[in-house]
Design a protein around this ligand. Structure first.
Ligand code: ADP
Ligand code: GLC
Length: 486
């Protein structure tokens, strides 16, 4: 098939979280399986300097945004394996220090920035000479693409591609005031309860859910959860209505990036059959972050956006209790200033046990996964989660709350004693997490058992080959139901 993916972030060019990893990896997997795939994404500051191979395309956008015409350009590159990446250039919108915000404050013109980008995606979908069969949009930033395509269809675009929307996180919907709707230049008929309107404002993700041919989200359990009031973030009714077009597909992992055997980020390679190197990674990390070097002290880690979703409050509570035991904890993260302070305070209280790195550091992320014995991910909700899957491969047993993709990807002793590869807890509380950490320490205290968990973890396989077929089936369905609808 010919597939155009559209996303506001794509690894390795831009990233704030798992969205970038997922879209980059899916694109590569599609191209690797022989599909004609391309990704379109904004040209943010620094990309051209970091990737000098980018070439300017002879293509200019002149996009009407409300009453103003905004111009943009196009750059591209082709990755090994044939995946083409298009970059939309618009310096006023995208040549900035952040992707969505600076100093924790969202850019006030995010509506303009991403409505402009969505319109560029539609323009490419319509005029690219290779004519994609399907446009696959990701999250609210490109949620308006299906509705914009629908409009162009009614204005004479004969045979537009089918559409698919992946919801990576229902908590972020791209909600703006009603005036933002004028930027879409869509007829008022689209600004209704059945369309883009949400409590009087514009909701970009809702517009996508309402108008797209097929919807996916990033794990089967999250697909079920978002149709309930508890997890539906106000859109559960609409999602229930579209249930027959909603599919939960667990994200895959790009093991070319996330592996322990051929990875320049690690201090030493290791594998399930040659685990000794993991100890060296542990010692080197302890040195690197200034913790006492001790192979036998169980080391826990977390790498995360410091957002409420990630269960930071219960993690801080449980750690304060558990750090009186002989454990170490290392955190890499950034986000809410209060949460950053919370971890810094913990590090001051337990200087020999806690190392905190505030910031974003990809190399350190790999090093932490490789060094840790356990990985903590006590999310309140988690659409998929990638770090628990990376941890499994890196032999850091994940301790997760049984929600969303965490529940779908980690196997607990209670579920399957033989195949157990991590620890799950259910209740969202400090106590439940502390209890899970105590279980981890009990496992760690039995080297044979710990090794069995670790072997199971490292052998777990979330490669894209496993799930790509599910996406292709959803794409085909999108094409079919689109034909029926015409
Ligand atoms: P989410 O997308 O909700 O943040 P995921 O687990 O799906 O959660 O993906 C998070 C991704 O972002 C992982 O690749 C993780 O390593 C990376 N990441 C998060 N915070 C940092 C950080 N401070 N430094 C480096 N990588 C980070
Ligand atoms: C979102 C979700 C995360 C998921 C990622 C990639 O950021 O919060 O759970 O893994 O998208 O799909």
């Amino acid at each position: 098939m010919k597939i155009l993916l559209a996303s506001s972030e794509v690894h390795p060019f831009s990233k704030t979280g798992g969205l970038a990893d997922m879209v980059g990896a899916l694109g590569k997997a599609l191209a690797g399986a022989g599909h004609e795939a391309a990704i379109v994404t904004p040209l943010y500051r620094g990309i051209r300097e970091k990737f000098p191979e980018l070439r300017r395309e002879d293509w200019h956008f002149n996009i009407l945004l409300g009453e103003e015409w905004v111009q943009g350009g196009l750059w591209s590159t082709v990755l090994d394996g044939g995946l083409k990446i298009y970059f939309v250039e618009q310096p006023d919108f995208f040549d900035r220090a952040g992707i969505y915000h600076e100093k924790n404050i969202s850019y006030p013109d995010n509506d303009q920035r991403f409505i402009f980008f969505s319109k560029c995606v539609v323009h490419l979908a319509r005029y690219l000479p290779w004519r994609p069969d399907l446009v696959h949009v990701h999250d609210w930033q490109v949620g308006l693409v299906p509705i914009l395509m629908q409009q162009q269809k009614s204005e004479g675009w004969g045979n537009p591609p089918a559409t698919c929307l992946t919801i990576h996180n229902l908590a972020y919907q791209g909600v703006f005031g009603p005036e933002a709707f004028t930027l879409t230049n869509l007829p008022r008929d689209f600004f209704t309860l059945e369309g883009a309107e949400f409590y009087g404002g514009l909701n970009c993700l809702k517009a996508g859910i309402a108008f797209v041919d097929t919807i996916t989200t990033v794990s089967p359990r999250y697909a079920r959860e978002i149709t309930t009031e508890e997890f539906g973030c106000g859109l559960d009714g609409l999602l229930r209505k579209r249930r027959d077009r909603l599919f939960g597909i667990l994200n895959g992992v790009d093991y070319n990036d996330w592996n322990t055997t051929n990875n320049p980020n690690l201090f030493k390679p290791f594998s399930v059959t040659s685990i000794a190197g993991k100890k060296i990674n542990k010692r080197e990390l302890q040195k690197f972050v200034g913790l006492p070097v001790n192979e036998s002290t169980p080391l826990f880690g977390t790498i995360t956006r410091l957002a409420e979703q990630k269960g930071v409050d219960i993690q801080l509570g449980a750690l304060a209790e558990m750090l009186t035991s002989n454990i170490q904890f290392v955190l890499l993260g950034s986000g809410s200033p209060d949460f950053e302070k919370g971890y810094q305070t913990l590090a001051r209280r337990f200087p020999d046990k806690v190392a905190v790195r505030i910031g974003y550091d990809e190399k350190l992320a790999h090093r932490i996964e490789a060094a840790c014995d356990f990985y903590l991910m006590p999310s309140a909700f988690e659409p998929c989660g990638l770090n628990q899957m990376y941890s499994l491969r890196y032999g850091a047993l994940p301790i997760v709350r049984a929600t969303g993709g965490l529940d779908d990807s980690v196997i607990d002793f209670v579920q399957d004693a033989k195949r157990a590869n991590g620890i799950k807890f259910h209740e969202y509380s400090n106590q439940a997490l502390a209890k899970a950490i105590r279980k981890a320490l009990a496992i760690y205290g039995q080297p044979e058992l710990f090794r069995r968990y670790q072997r199971n973890a490292m052998k777990a396989d979330f490669s894209w080959e496993q799930t790509l077929g599910e996406y292709v089936r959803v794409y085909e369905l999108a094409g079919n139901c689109q034909i029926h609808a015409m």
